[in-house]
Design a protein around this ligand. Structure first.
Ligand SMILES: Cc1cc2nc3c(=O)[nH]c(=O)nc-3n(C[C@H](O)[C@H](O)[C@H](O)COP(=O)(O)OP(=O)(O)OC[C@H]3O[C@@H](n4cnc5c(N)ncnc54)[C@H](O)[C@@H]3O)c2cc1C
Length: 426
């Protein structure tokens, strides 16, 4: 279905820029194009779904920012990292940890879309043919778009299977308490006191937006998903660990998600005029699943390039050496050489919080990265480095193994079966 633009079934639509996928990466890009005053481009967005409302909550860190800060639900200067042995309070200055719900981002993108006079096509993009000067896009409703450049953020599996393939999978409850319960001045970044899975890492976290309202999540980094009941029981266990009284809480919303954590390649430039963005373009950090900061950074780079009349090609989401370090860290965690809680505890114990967070965003200097590497346990990391090198050699010698797609999140009966949903205590 064409929503804007004078297009008929038979006439292809000619644009300068086609955005395939209109989710997180595309929304940030539309906002950036508007912010940088790009006005003369013909732009189309192709997505079978028009994203609206609160379908995810982004947590990320960074410097306070005039563009994003008005949209935030909350931000914290202090965060807590907890293990069974200790609870560490980290001062993030000059950074801050922030919570951004998807609704304001999609709303901001919709405003940008109107200002940029974007043509919205509510249908799936199917095939792309890139002849090096323009790309022909066949759209699921039978239409054709011809674009000078394509920015493609449609979800897709990596080009081949990774040496380590984990998932970050989680369930969160937006909790409302009937009295002041949460410390709104401080978020819990990672709380490793949760029971650890046999293969993988688990942690809980708390993002309070007021003293009565918070997003409380249970997260696992591991190869397989839990069942619906498994997430509920893990989350109820974490709520109890926090000492929250279920009789005084109500679940307002439930958030589920699955994010890839793998050293498998996500090619960012599959053909001359096609650039991949978002998770599909490698913006998801393999060792943490954090994606937002890289998407935001790349959106800004693309918009600046277009405003200056240059090709819309951002820098790689993460430097190559960071991807290598992540491959080694994932391997060490997966093969049991390093325990997850211990790994993250040592990072925060032996480095300023700000350095660890900038490292996780891929923006540290090599000298800082040496300091980070030195804070991990040496022997398991050497073993993982050797194992990674041997695996790379084997990969070169054998046929490429295809990667499987990221499975959909396990969704229970939203606000039906979850304990406490719809007003009953959790
Ligand atoms: C619930 C959840 C919470 C998350 N929280 C965080 C967080 O706190 N911090 C963080 O850094 N990262 C987080 N992430 C990871 C990441 O930031 C998000 O997944 C982000 O939305 C990725 O943006 P994207 O544009 O790559 O993908 P999406 O936002 O998923 O957008 C992809 C779009 O492609 C569209 N599409 C699919 N098929 C087609 C097709 N054939 N043609 C055209 N369009 C198509 C979809 O409809 C969708 O709109 C979270 C992810 C989830 C799922």
């Amino acid at each position: 279905m064409w929503q804007r633009g004078a297009v008929t079934d038979s006439a292809p639509l000619d644009v300068d820029l086609a955005l395939l996928g209109g989710g997180g990466a595309a929304s940030l890009l539309l906002a950036a194009l508007d912010r940088h005053g790009v006005r003369d481009l013909r732009i189309a967005v192709v997505d079978p779904v028009r994203r609206r409302g609160q379908d995810r909550t982004w947590a990320f860190w960074g410097h306070p920012d005039d563009d994003l800060d008005p949209l935030l639900s909350a931000s914290w200067q202090q965060v807590e990292v907890a293990t069974a042995a200790r609870r560490r309070v980290l001062d993030l200055t000059p950074l801050r940890y922030a919570m951004l719900r998807s609704g304001p981002v999609y709303d901001r993108a919709a405003v940008a879309e109107r200002r940029l006079d974007v043509t919205r096509i509510v249908a799936p993009a199917d095939t792309l043919t890139d002849d090096g000067t323009r790309v022909v896009i066949r759209v699921g409703d039978g239409q054709t778009v011809r674009a000078g450049w394509v920015l493609d953020s449609r979800p897709r599996p990596p080009a081949r299977a990774g040496r380590t393939t984990w998932l970050q999978h989680f369930r969160g409850w937006w909790l409302e308490a009937d009295r002041p319960t949460f410390d709104a001045a401080r978020a819990v970044l990672m709380d490793f006191r949760t029971p650890q899975p046999p293969r993988g890492v688990s942690f809980g976290y708390v993002l309070p937006v007021s003293d009565r309202d918070a997003l409380v999540e249970y997260t696992e980094f591991s190869p397989v998903l839990l069942t619906d009941a498994g997430y509920d029981s893990a989350l109820a266990g974490y709520r109890d660990l926090l000492g929250l009284d279920p009789a005084r809480l109500r679940v307002r919303e439930v958030e589920n998600g699955v994010i890839p954590m793998t050293d498998a390649p996500f090619p960012a430039r599959p053909s001359p005029r096609v650039v991949r963005l978002g998770t599909a373009g490698g913006a998801t950090r393999p060792s943490t699943g954090f994606t937002f900061s890289a998407m935001y950074r790349q959106a800004d780079q693309v918009a600046r390039a277009l405003a200056a009349g240059r090709p819309p090609v951002p820098a790689a989401a993460y430097p190559r050496r960071h991807r290598w370090m992540d491959a080694v860290a994932l391997r060490a965690l997966d093969r049991g050489g390093v325990g997850g809680p211990e790994f993250f505890d040592r990072l925060f114990d032996r480095n300023p919080a700000e350095r660890v967070l900038r490292f996780l965003d891929g923006v540290t200097t090599p000298a800082e990265e040496v300091a980070i590497m030195n804070s991990t346990r040496l022997l398991p990391m050497i073993a993982a480095t050797a194992g990674d090198a041997a695996h790379r050699v084997r990969d070169r010698l054998r046929p490429t193994r295809p990667a499987s797609a990221v499975p959909p999140a396990v969704v229970g009966d939203p606000l039906g079966s979850e304990p406490g949903a719809g007003g009953a205590p959790v």
